[in-house]
Design a binder for this molecule. Structure first.
Ligand code: PLP
Length: 336
């Protein structure tokens, strides 16, 4: 182990930071945090709003962000759409009319429903409203970035956050967020930003390749190595691979007679949520899969047994996915 104030650690963080900027497509900064993604949901609302947050809710994790907003004492409004649907730009714009909203939260890829929302279009629609420049666009890209493209600078976002354990294919324990200049100006004027996730302090330290508190250094070593792998593959190639994985999964599901939970055209490239319209016992199937070295996810919360989810993110290859689907096929033919 190395100490977190040693030149070796500063070099490690500096190396990681440059690579994270490529992943997030930003020339600005990407904060490196020892916490999971939920911590950064909290950070984003604490730092970037002191008037009213619009929480866009279309699944379990966007609803978690609403709860995080409320439990931090922030005023909020909720734009709630049916699970399975994306958040659409016009819905957001309508809610901004005649309002004092200063921040919106939106989940890029709802892991609970397998739906990807059009973040670029949402951001562009928000910016073109009369108060567009005053609104902080806060994006949870936990199960997207590293699998689905996110262009932080080009899309003019204010915070984009992710966790290490999803499409970056790392152990859990770290999370990252790109933060815009606009977000920092806002944070400077917001009182009670807290201590651990204070963007102003985090940026001050990051400029010296440090973190205010002790980071999980062993995970940083893993991150540095994994970022090398990701950049060697290339972000465009990574995106293309995830689209192929999505299409294989969708094609397989349809060939078996299953339908998809996600609204057409918004199917996630990292996780496919499949309607259990054939009434299989998902828990039994998963037990069978686990016995053969595989695992999938049951439906989330109220969708348990009504849907099941196949994750195809991170370093998953078409070979990995095909093997999994073959084992599911074996289960289905055995149980039919
Ligand atoms: N947001 C989304 C879209 C997620 O999928 C998850 C976790 O699955 C979270 C937030 C919470 O992230 P973490 O478990 O890293 O706190």
């Amino acid at each position: 182990m190395i100490g977190h104030r040693t030149p070796e650690c500063l070099e490690l963080i500096g190396s990681i930071h440059e690579k994270l900027k490529v992943v997030f497509r930003t020339n600005g900064r990407v904060l490196i945090n020892t916490a999971s993604g939920t911590g950064l949901q909290e950070a984003a609302v604490r730092n970037c709003s002191d008037i009213r947050v619009l929480n866009c809710v279309n699944g379990a994790f966007s609803n978690r962000w609403r709860k995080v907003t409320e439990s931090n004492g922030k005023e909020n409004e909720v734009l709630e759409v049916e699970w399975g649907q994306p958040i659409r730009p016009q819905q957001v714009v309508q809610r901004l009319e005649n309002s004092d909203i200063d921040a919106i939260t939106v989940v890029h890829n709802e892991t609970s429903t397998g739906v990807i929302s059009p973040i670029e279009e949402i951001a562009s629609a928000v910016r073109s409203t009369p108060r567009g420049e005053e609104i902080q666009i806060l994006v949870d890209s936990v199960s997207a970035i590293g699998g689905a493209p996110l262009e932080f600078d080009k899309w003019d976002l204010d915070v984009a956050l992710t966790s290490s354990q999803k499409a970056l294919a790392l152990p859990p324990g770290l999370s990252f967020c790109a933060v815009s200049d606009r977000a920092l100006v806002k944070a400077n004027s917001v009182r009670h930003r807290g201590t651990y996730f204070d963007f102003i302090e985090l940026v001050k330290y990051l400029e010296r390749n440090q973190t205010p508190a002790t980071p999980a250094i062993s995970l940083l070593f893993a991150l540095d190595r994994q970022l090398d792998h990701m950049l060697a593959e290339g972000m465009e190639n990574r995106t293309a691979r995830h689209v192929i994985l999505r299409d294989i999964t969708i094609g397989w599901a349809r060939s078996k007679g299953f339908t998809l939970f996600a609204a057409g055209g918004f199917e996630s490239p990292t996780v496919t949520c499949i309607n259990n319209n054939l009434n299989i016992n998902v828990e039994n199937m998963n037990r069978y899969l686990r016995g053969r070295g595989f695992i999938i996810s049951n439906g989330y919360g109220p969708l348990k047994e009504k849907t099941f989810r196949i994750a195809h993110m991170g370093d998953t290859t078409t070979g990995d996915l095909t093997q999994l689907l073959d084992v599911i096929d074996a289960y289905l033919s055995k149980s039919s």
